[in-house]
Design a binder for this molecule. Structure first.
Ligand SMILES: *Cc1c(COP(=O)(O)O)cnc(C)c1O
Length: 395
């Protein structure tokens, strides 16, 4: 039976390879950190992880994970509503709500599940979801699983959003949905204007804070801190897999009744395993650290500002950003790959992105800054960018 299907897959895989879109995985043989060891044996500086606060290999979190594993075991062997909820799961949910200034939180195995399971339990075909064109794949999938009417507006384009809100006035309920920070440009959704429009056109607002939580706002409280609108969003989704430690886990936090309904009806919550105690224990420690000090945010913001300033003064074309994502624009796809390869041989690990991940003719290198980067790491990266930039005639 498999023969014909095998041939079919082989052909499709070949097509992916021929189009230059085959994803190869680089093997890391050390913990995730500012400096990583790769399987060829070299050490490289890592500028392509979502390790914004440098917590992926933080001793405090490792310690908390070990301690919780000793006290509460390895796994839960259950979904939450059967026998998968420990007191620590409730504690972490409460801490996340305190962090964001929301009523309550529901944990998921991943943010992909949080977004996948948020719309269908809340909205029906009588309702409308109005979604940013650059929203994450998990939001797109979540919208697909829901019967609500779909509207799309151009990335962060508030005039277009207003048009879509007008078009959706005949629906019963409306919700505007957007990433907080868009991962390819690093721009922040204009949440203040979105809330104004939501008010005017009677809509709710949901923001996916995966790339913004822990990062934007003076103390890393995310977009509601940046725009001074704490408590005004109806739904926030986020991940424990980026700034918040980098292990695994997602959450939805927001209005009390919304979270209550998700606990009753959200399928990835009801039918998928509970997060393991070690991840929960480390998560609790992490949010405690966030409330004790803003040292990591301060360092991240300093690093980001410094890197961007130096890159701009070297003559690089940098996309406007309000996050820890810095898109170095090269426009040409081949150039972006050549540039990234040359940087790697200088010991700098970054990724060059090109169509279809970004629009045609907008190839770039995405640099992700981290609180784990030290001044000498940044200097080495900037120096390498300048060297390769000159070699390839970019600056
Ligand atoms: C990374 C990311 C997700 C998925 O997070 P996981 O917890 O890894 O599933 C969802 N939304 C956005 C915007 C992301 O960047």
């Amino acid at each position: 039976m498999y023969g014909k299907f095998k041939e079919h897959l082989q052909n499709e895989l070949l097509e992916i390879k021929n189009a230059g879109l085959f994803k190869e995985e680089r093997i890391i043989t050390s913990p995730q950190d500012a400096v990583i060891k790769v399987s060829s044996g070299e050490e490289v500086l890592n500028f392509c992880a979502n390790n914004y606060l440098g917590l992926s290999n933080h001793p405090e979190l490792i310690g908390a994970a070990k301690e919780t594993m000793d006290n509460r075991g390895f796994g839960m062997s259950s979904v939450r509503f059967i026998c998968g909820t420990q007191d620590i799961h409730k504690t972490l949910e409460k801490k996340i709500a305190e962090f964001f200034g929301t009523d309550d939180t529901i944990l998921y195995a991943a943010a992909f599940d949080a977004n996948g399971g948020v719309f269908e339990p809340l909205l029906t075909s009588e309702d409308a979801i109005i979604s940013d064109s650059l929203n994450h794949a998990s939001i797109i999938d979540g919208v697909r699983l829901c019967k609500a009417q779909r509207y799309r507006y151009n990335n962060a384009d508030m005039e277009d959003l207003e048009q879509q809100l007008k078009a959706a006035q005949s629906q019963r309920f409306r919700i505007i949905v957007s990433d907080g920070v868009f991962s390819m440009d690093g721009n922040v959704a204009p949440v203040d204007k979105m809330l104004e429009l939501a008010n005017k056109y009677d809509a709710m607002v949901m923001i996916d804070e995966c790339h913004s939580a822990g990062v934007v706002g003076k103390t890393g409280r995310g977009v509601t801190e940046l725009f001074n609108v704490r408590g005004e969003l109806d739904i926030i989704t986020g991940t424990l897999g980026k700034a918040f430690g980098g292990a695994v886990g997602g959450f939805t936090t927001g209005r009390k009744e919304i979270i209550e309904m998700l606990r009753q009806r959200s399928r990835p919550y009801l039918f998928s395993n509970s997060l393991p105690p070690s991840v929960i224990g480390a998560g609790i420690r992490m949010f405690d650290m966030m409330s004790e000090t803003t040292e990591l945010q301060d360092r991240l913001h300093r690093n980001t500002d410094h890197f961007i300033k130096e890159m701009k003064s070297a003559g690089f074309d940098i996309k406007p950003t309000s996050s820890a994502i810095c898109a170095v624009m090269l426009y040409d796809a081949k150039l972006s790959q050549e540039f990234a390869a040359k940087l790697l041989s200088e010991g700098i690990y970054v990724i060059g992105f090109y169509y279809p991940v970004v629009p045609k003719g907008e190839a770039r290198i995405r640099v992700q800054l981290s609180a784990a980067h030290e001044a000498r790491h940044l200097d080495k990266a900037i120096k390498a960018f300048k060297k390769v930039g000159k070699e390839l005639g970019v600056i």
